[in-house]
Every structure is written in structure tokens, then in C-alpha cells.
Design a protein. Structure first.
Lengths: 441, 510
């Protein structure tokens, strides 16, 4: 597939990293220095030019593209670039990134002349709302219209002794779920019944949303359903998170240091309680009993502040912390600092966009552990040699089927179940294996 | 070059253009005189003396024309500053215009200029307080003039002028906002000319409907008292929530059906006309349910009616349908600052008087023809106070005040708080002056009566208690008290601030 990318920022580079091996990429950006860094790292064509200039787009050869992605940090540029690309490359799918939920609404109403709109803020908010539903998880993704959920958990001493060190076949594992992988240090185990979960493991579970929630309770018995959340930072990201959580009936308090920002958030979100205060002000935190919140979400613009505020909040007693890491490197630092979950909005956005570059049979893809693993949602072909095969007989090729969607319903298969043509398969695989898996099914 | 030097050499001490204000007031007065064609026609029909109305009309138009000509050179652009003076001066002018026929044809009871002016001011501010004692002495034309001037003042002369005169297309917005009751929540969305026309058209239509309804009660024999003349007269006093009646006993002599219909139309007149227009003519009845001010207004009417019902039934003043009707009618009449009465409530027990007294501070909705503080200001002040309590506990919490979903500007909220303080302040000062004057001139007013008279005048309500009750008269009051009432009515109709800024030094001086 020929992919044309406008914008070589952080989202752009994450996309390039994910796609450069399988696809022909062209990257357009106004800054020569960024492009230089790109072309030296990846085998991609680069053009210096303006995404809002139709001439530049044409010169870079946009008309040959199958997929056009406008992912600069500026909405207006992405909009204009997307619309020009629509004219220049008629058969191509156009995807634009936006930070405005208003554009997402417009697109849903069919008012924007592009194929897809992806909003970092909205994707981040949804990711956080999923995590709050499964507080023990590092990351979760949903597939098949929400029927199948994939959760990534860190196993520690808090986990229930019923699963810790017990062979999987004997452990009280929720029925509608499957342990897709156990990551132990550098090793990845695609587990069978004899394998066991140990303290320090990281596991990937595929199951029904209910089953993944049960896993969360198994691995972190004290972490109940989150009803009360404090969000630090009431900017675009913070407000988008607040909006999504409020819609789920979660009570939201917000702390914002800028008066105007706080006022804007308070006006836009009548149900949120917004404070104009510093999240580092001990008196304020004490007076408002911030420590009694069940979860703290740190969505300020500065990663360092997010990390410090999260640590302070943990000291105050907030049991569960989720921090936004604007820089990819911060994820590791946050992990070290003991923040429970880190989310990089650009990575989330890139992940969302990368989905469009997959085979049309592949509906959705989640990336786990950076880019080491992927979860794919693939529709099986008539010609696949696995059709009619029972699951127990399937060979293990660095991938494992977690769920199938048949006639609109999700099935969590056991050894006797048989794969049928037209089934949608939710499959966990090493990233390097992904093209092969799609091919084989 | 020389011109510039000349300009620097001549210091301008006034911050406002008084001549331009006089010029506009002159123009408005010139056109105002024209409305005397109505009483002139009426006088010819009834065979009453025509000359008082001709003199009033020609005098007003002539004087207006004269002022306009004299100040013709100063026709500069009117700004926000001049607007306050225009509105304030125009109300004084209109009151004078309304009082002229009383001087010419009012007989003994109105021949004193202060009495005549009070009656005129009471009419154009839609107050309904009257110094008349002998209603039989009025000719039909003069009695109708009283009703008619009240109707004219209801929606306001300036708003009428904005609707009709091309000259007010520029600079009219500010003046219109001063005259339209209620705080400026949002800049009026429509073009003001359009809005002024809609308001007046709607106002006229409602008056016609009410007149026809009342008159048909007379035709159908349901209410023998309700002649077409009485129908028009009472419609003229209901829609502006004025409260004048050509009859000494207000609405007491009319049938239950008439009283119910008038109660309904007082209630409608106490609603926001823009809301009423959109909800009915534009057929969006849901707007009523969603409107916070309307909901509170309706609730207030309900609660006040229930309270009065319990009291008057409990005290055995009335029972059954009559008690319900009396309670609802009186509650609406006082809340909307109309001042009609179906019974002499001045004779009610103290607890009922206190209830009515409290209701005098309510008022109807913004954008209605009612006076007093208005429901929306109470609503927003309540929200501000609640936020104040919240912020006492949590000083950092940010809580924009919302009204109908949109957040309200802090300046507007400050203006509302300031208005209410000024309102209470002027009421207290006014009541004190009336109390002192009454003590000196031996007018039998109790302390509650004094407070009620001031509240009623400032709120453009009408009757007070005691000798100034609904079937009484303000005639026995001293001249100082009457002048105080005139000032209070003037302040109240324009919602204090446009008048009170005239008292600040920096309004006049640079």
C-alpha cells in the first residue's frame, strides 16, 4: 500500500515506525531537519513542502497514494491537506488528525469531506475510561463493537493466591477469557494449561469485558469500580477525559492552575467540580480531601509536573494514578516513579491511524509493549487452510487466537471449537508475525 | 492648521452632548403629541370637551418641535452616555404630557400640579397609584385617557420610537435596553428595530384579544358591568400591568369570569414577551418548560396563591371558589405589580398584608411590562449567594453562574447585585422621607403603610395599605411624600441605574 503522510512530528514518526516495513511511505513536512532525521532512519521518501499547498502535494505525488494521513499538530493544516488530497488522489482513503472534538462531531454528521477523523484527545479519553473500568490493567483495547476486550496486566504480590503460581488449567480463570501471553523479562510464553502466572510477570488477557474485569479483581483484589476521579489539568485532554467519564456517571473533580482555562472547563462541563488551584498546593489538597479520590488522572501539559503531581497524590493516598506522557520517553520514567498507567496521546493516535493501513479484512489493531506485539481482528477467508480445524490441532506460530466473532456474537473458543469461514478472529501475535498471520487466515 | 489651534483653545467641560439630547427629546415629544388624536376622537364621540386634548397635543408637539429647531445645529451622534439622559428626560416629559389633561379637565381633585403630575407619572410608569377620590367626576374621555397613557407607558415610548422612527436606528439599542425591564443577560440577538416591532405588535395583539374577550363577556350577558368601554379600559391597564381602573372599587364589581380572565392576562403580561412570542406565535411551547425564569415565576405565583388562600380561608374572609379566585388574583396582581383588586385587601389581617408586602419586591419576568426587582434577578442573586457559600468552604472552586444553560457574565452579576442594593436603598430612603413627612403633616400612615407606599411606588405596583389601599387614595399624603413617590416611580420604571448615573460627577464632567 502506498501511504502518504503529511506531518513528521511525533504522531508521524510513530506511524512511520509501525508501517515502514510493509508499506511504501512518502512523508511531507515543512521542516527539512525533521525529514532528514526520518530519511536516515527509515526507508521512506521525504518531501519538503506545505500540506496546505495543493502544488506541493501534487509535486510530492499524492495522487498515487492509497492512503493519505494528515497528522500535523495543527487542525487547520490537516483539514486543508485532507481536502486537497481528496481532490488530488481520488481513490485514496483520507485520514486526518484533529484535536478538536467539534471536527469529530462534524465528521460524524458527514460535514467534513474526509474519510476518517481521529482525535488524540478523544482516543486518550476513551483509553482512560477503559482503564478505569479495569483498574489493574496497564492497557486495554476493545474489539468487535465492545464484545471483546484485551487487557495487559502487571502481576505483583497483590494478586490473589488462587492464580499466583497455580497452573492455568487449575486456576479459577474467568470462563470467557484466555491468557494470550505471559511476558517474563525478555521471554514471551504463549501459555498452555501447564504454565503458571508468577509475581513480576506481565500478562495479556483476551476475553469478554466482564471477564477482563474479573481478571482485574483477581490480580488486584482491592481495586473496586472507580466512581470518583480527580483530573489534574483542565486543558483539551483533561476536558475530553472529564467529558467521557462524566457521561459514564463518574464524579469528576478538576484542578487547573490557569484561571481562564479553569473557567472555560467549568463553563463547558457543568457537572464537573473545577478548582482554580495548583495541584502542588498541600493546603488545598488537604482542604479538598483530594487524597480520598479513587483515581488521579494527570493531564497537565508538562510531563515533569504530571509525574511530580502523581507522586504527591500517591503520598496523599490516591490509590490509582494514570498519567499522560506527552513525550514517549516519559512512559518509562512514569513506570519507574510508580505511576500505575501511562498514556501517550500521540501513540494512541498513531495506533488508531495505523489501523487504516491494514488489509481491509483486518478491522482493528492494538499494539502492546510498544510495537512488540499486536492484536489483530481478522476475517477468515474461505481459502484459509485453518478452516474446519479444531483449535487444539492448530500449530503454534508465535500467535494465539483469543476470541472469534461469529454471527455478531463473541465466542471464547476451547480446544474442541472449529474455525469457520467468515469468522472474525481476535488474534494476539508478535508484530513481526502479523503479515504472515493475516496471510494465513 | 488654524482650525486645530482653535479646537485646542476651546476647552470642553461637558462630557455629554446636552443639546443633542434635547434635540432627540424634542423630536420624540413632537411625535408624542400625535397620540392625542385618540382622546380627541373619543371626546367628539362622547360629547366631552375636546379642547384639553387639542391643547395637550398641540402644546407637546409644538414645544417638541421648538426644542428640535432650536437645537438643530447640534444633531451630532448620540452615544451611550447621552442615552441615559434621553431615557430619563423622556420619561419626565411623557409624564408631563400625560398630566396636562388633568390640569385642564380634571376638576378640583387634580388641579394641583403635583397631584396631576403624580397621576401622569403613575400612568406612564404603569404604577397605578392614584390621587383620585371621586371617580364619578371624570368624563369618559378623561377616564379613558388615564387608561390609555398607562398602556402607552407599558412597553415604553422609546421602544415604540425605535420601532417607528428611522432616526433611532443608530444608538437606539442602549436606550431600548434601559427601557426594557430586566438585566441585560445577553446582547439582544435580533436587530433592535425588528425586536421593537415584534414587541409592540405582540403587545397590541394581546390587548386586542383581551378587549374582545372581556367585551364578549358583556355581550353574552355573563358580566353586565363589562361594556365595550370597560373592556378596553381594563385591557389598557392589564397588559402594561398598570392597574388603573375607571371604577373606584377596581374589579370588585365585575363577575368571577372577568376576574379570572384578567388574572390570566396579568400573568401573561408578567412573562417575558420575547419568550411568550416564541412559545406561542412561533409554536415552541417547550421553551416555557426550559426557561428557568418562567419556571420560578410560575412557582412563585403558585406558592403565593396557596399562602394567601390558606390565610383568607382560615380567617374566614372568603371561602370556596371565591377564596381561590381572590387569592390567585391578588397574588398575581401584586407579583406582576399591576395593582388591581377584587376586594379591599387593606382590611386583611397583618399576616396577609406582610405576604402581599413581600410580594411587592418580586416583580414579573425580564422583558415584561412589570416593575419591581424581577424574578430573574432574584434567581441569579440566589445562585450567586449559593456560590458564595460554596466558595467559603472551597475558595478555589470555579463556578460560572448558569442561566438557561449559558454562563452569565460576572459584570452582569455585579450589576444585578448593585441594582438590588440600590433598590433596597432607595426604598428605605423613600420610606423614611414619607414617614417623616406624614408625621409632620399628620397623615395617618402606620409604619407598615409607609414601607408599603414606598415599595409600591418604587416597584411600580400601585396601591399600598391603610388609607392608600386599593380602594383608597394617595390624595391625603403631603406634597413632599407625593414628590418622593414621583421620584421613586421614575427611578423604578427605568430600573434606577439610568437615572442614578445622572447623579455621578463623571457622567457630566470629563
Amino acid at each position: 500500500m502506498r501511504v502518504f503522510l503529511i506531518g513528521a512530528g511525533q504522531v508521524g514518526s510513530t506511524i512511520v515506525e509501525a508501517l515502514h516495513e510493509e508499506h511504501e511511505l512518502t512523508v511531507l513536512d515543512t521542516e527539512a531537519s525533521r525529514l532528514q532525521a526520518f530519511s536516515s532512519r527509515y526507508d521512506v521518501a521525504v518531501y519538503e513542502g506545505d500540506g496546505t499547498s495543493r502544488k506541493d502535494l501534487a509535486a510530492a505525488g499524492v495522487e498515487h497514494a492509497d492512503l493519505v494521513i494528515a497528522c500535523t499538530s495543527r487542525d487547520e493544516v490537516n483539514l486543508v491537506a485532507g481536502m486537497f488530497a481528496r481532490r488530488e488522489a481520488e481513490g485514496a482513503t483520507t485520514v486526518i488528525r484533529t484535536s478538536s472534538t467539534e471536527y469529530v462531531e462534524l465528521w460524524r454528521e458527514g460535514q467534513l469531506d474526509v474519510d476518517f477523523v481521529v482525535s488524540s484527545e478523544l482516543e486518550t479519553a476513551h483509553a482512560i475510561s477503559r482503564i478505569l473500568g479495569v483498574p489493574a490493567a496497564r492497557q486495554t483495547d476493545v474489539f468487535a463493537e465492545g464484545q471483546v476486550q484485551v487487557g495487559e496486566f502487571d502481576v505483583d504480590r497483590d494478586a490473589s493466591p488462587q492464580v499466583l503460581g497455580v497452573p492455568l488449567r487449575d486456576a479459577p480463570i474467568p470462563g470467557d477469557s484466555k491468557v494470550a501471553a505471559i511476558i517474563r523479562g525478555e521471554d514471551t510464553i504463549l501459555p498452555g494449561g501447564d504454565d503458571e502466572i508468577r509475581d513480576g510477570d506481565r500478562i495479556v488477557v483476551i476475553g469478554s469485558p466482564g471477564a477482563v474485569k474479573s481478571w482485574s479483581t483477581l490480580l488486584w483484589p482491592e481495586g473496586g469500580a472507580v466512581r470518583d476521579v480527580v483530573i489534574y489539568g483542565a486543558g483539551r485532554v483533561g476536558s475530553a477525559i472529564a467529558r467521557v467519564l462524566i457521561a459514564q456517571g463518574i464524579s469528576v473533580r478538576m484542578i487547573e492552575a490557569s484561571r481562564e482555562q479553569a473557567l472555560r472547563a467549568a463553563e463547558a462541563l457543568p457537572k464537573a467540580r473545577v478548582f482554580h488551584a495548583s495541584g502542588f498546593d498541600a493546603d488545598f489538597l488537604e482542604r479538598e480531601r483530594i487524597g480520598q479520590a479513587q483515581a488521579g488522572i494527570f493531564a497537565m501539559r508538562d510531563d515533569a509536573k504530571n509525574q511530580y503531581a502523581a507522586s504527591l497524590a500517591q503520598v496523599r493516598g490516591i490509590p490509582f494514578t494514570v498519567a499522560i506522557a506527552h513525550e514517549a520517553v516519559s512512559v518509562g520514567a512514569f513506570d519507574r516513579a510508580g505511576i500505575d498507567v501511562s498514556i501517550n496521546p500521540r501513540a494512541v493516535t498513531a495506533e488508531e491511524i495505523v489501523r487504516f493501513a491494514h488489509d481491509p479484512r483486518t478491522q482493528q489493531v492494538a499494539m502492546i509493549e510498544g510495537n512488540r506485539y499486536e492484536v489483530l481482528d481478522v476475517t477468515t477467508r474461505e481459502s484459509s487452510r485453518y478452516i474446519g480445524m479444531a483449535f487444539r490441532d492448530m500449530p503454534v506460530h508465535g500467535s494465539i487466537i483469543g476470541a472469534i466473532v461469529r454471527n455478531g456474537g463473541a465466542i471464547f473458543p476451547h480446544g474442541d471449537d472449529v474455525l469457520q469461514a467468515g469468522d472474525r478472529v481476535i488474534i494476539f501475535t508478535e508484530a513481526a508475525n502479523a503479515p504472515w498471520v493475516v496471510e494465513a487466515l | 492648521m488654524s482650525q486645530e489651534v482653535a479646537q485646542i483653545g476651546r476647552p470642553r467641560r461637558l462630557a455629554i452632548d446636552v443639546l443633542a439630547v434635547a434635540n432627540l427629546v424634542g423630536t420624540l415629544a413632537k411625535y408624542l403629541g400625535i397620540v392625542t388624536v385618540f382622546p380627541i376622537a373619543l371626546a367628539l364621540y362622547y360629547g366631552d370637551p375636546v379642547w384639553p386634548y387639542i391643547v395637550t397635543g398641540l402644546g407637546t408637539s409644538g414645544a417638541g418641535y421648538g426644542v428640535e429647531r432650536l437645537t438643530a445645529g447640534a444633531r451630532s451622534q448620540l452615544g451611550v452616555r447621552e442615552g441615559f439622559l434621553v431615557v430619563s428626560a423622556m420619561l419626565l416629559t411623557t409624564a408631563a404630557f400625560a398630566s396636562l389633561p388633568y390640569l385642564f379637565a380634571g376638576g378640583e381633585q387634580l388641579d394641583h400640579p403635583i397631584d396631576a403630575y403624580l397621576e401622569g407619572m403613575s400612568a406612564v410608569t404603569t404604577t397605578g397609584a392614584s390621587v383620585v377620590t371621586d371617580y364619578d367626576a371624570f368624563s369618559p374621555t378623561l377616564a379613558m385617557w388615564r387608561q390609555f397613557t398607562q398602556w402607552l407607558g407599558g412597553l415604553g415610548i422609546i421602544i415604540l420610537a425605535v420601532a417607528i422612527l428611522p432616526r433611532l436606528r443608530v444608538g437606539g439599542r442602549q436606550m431600548m435596553e434601559s427601557e426594557l425591564p430586566g438585566p441585560e443577560i445577553a446582547a439582544l440577538g435580533e436587530r433592535i428595530r425588528e425586536l421593537a416591532r415584534v414587541l409592540w405588535a405582540f403587545y397590541i395583539a394581546m390587548t386586542v384579544v383581551l378587549t374582545v374577550l372581556l367585551a364578549s363577556l358583556g355581550w353574552l350577558g355573563i358580566d353586565d358591568e363589562m361594556t365595550p368601554y370597560q373592556a378596553l379600559a381594563h385591557a389598557f391597564a392589564t397588559m402594561p400591568t398598570g392597574g388603573f381602573s375607571p371604577k373606584a372599587d377596581s374589579l370588585q364589581g365585575f363577575s368571577a369570569e372577568t376576574q379570572w380572565i384578567i388574572a390570566l392576562f396579568m400573568f401573561l403580561a408578567g412573562m417575558n414577551f420575547v419568550l411568550l412570542f416564541r412559545g406561542t406565535v412561533r409554536r415552541r411551547p417547550r421553551l416555557f418548560v426550559r426557561d428557568e425564569e418562567f419556571r420560578l415565576y410560575a412557582l412563585l405565583v403558585l406558592v403565593a396563591s396557596a399562602a394567601l388562600l390558606v390565610q383568607i380561608w382560615g380567617y374566614g374572609i372568603a371561602e370556596g371558589e371565591e377564596a381561590v379566585r381572590t387569592a390567585v388574583f391578588q397574588a398575581i396582581s401584586i407579583i406582576t405589580t399591576t395593582g388591581f383588586a377584587t376586594t379591599d385587601f387593606a382590611l386583611w389581617p397583618v399576616i396577609s398584608l406582610l405576604t402581599l408586602f413581600a410580594l411587592m419586591f418580586s416583580g414579573g419576568s425580564a422583558g415584561s411590562t412589570t416593575g419591581s426587582i424581577k424574578v430573574i434577578r432574584h434567581l441569579l442573586l440566589g445562585k450567586v449567594l449559593r456560590r458564595e457559600l460554596d466558595q467559603t468552604v472551597s475558595p478555589e472552586v470555579v463556578m460560572p453562574i448558569r442561566y438557561n444553560g449559558a454562563s452569565v457574565d460576572e459584570r452582569t452579576l455585579r450589576a444585578i447585585a448593585a441594582f438590588i442594593l440600590l433598590y433596597v436603598g432607595f426604598w428605605a430612603v423613600g420610606a423614611s422621607v414619607i414617614a417623616i413627612d406624614s408625621a409632620i403633616s399628620n397623615v395617618p400612615l402606620s409604619p407598615l403603610d409607609t414601607l408599603a407606599v414606598a415599595a409600591s411606588a418604587l416597584g411600580n405596583g400601585g396601591p399600598g395599605f391603610g388609607i392608600t389601599g386599593p380602594f383608597g387614595s394617595f390624595a391625603p399624603l403631603g406634597d413632599v411624600s407625593k414628590i418622593t413617590m414621583i421620584v421613586l416611580m421614575w427611578l423604578g420604571r427605568l430600573e434606577i441605574i439610568p437615572v442614578f448615573v445622572l447623579a455621578t460627577r463623571h457622567y457630566w464632567r470629563l
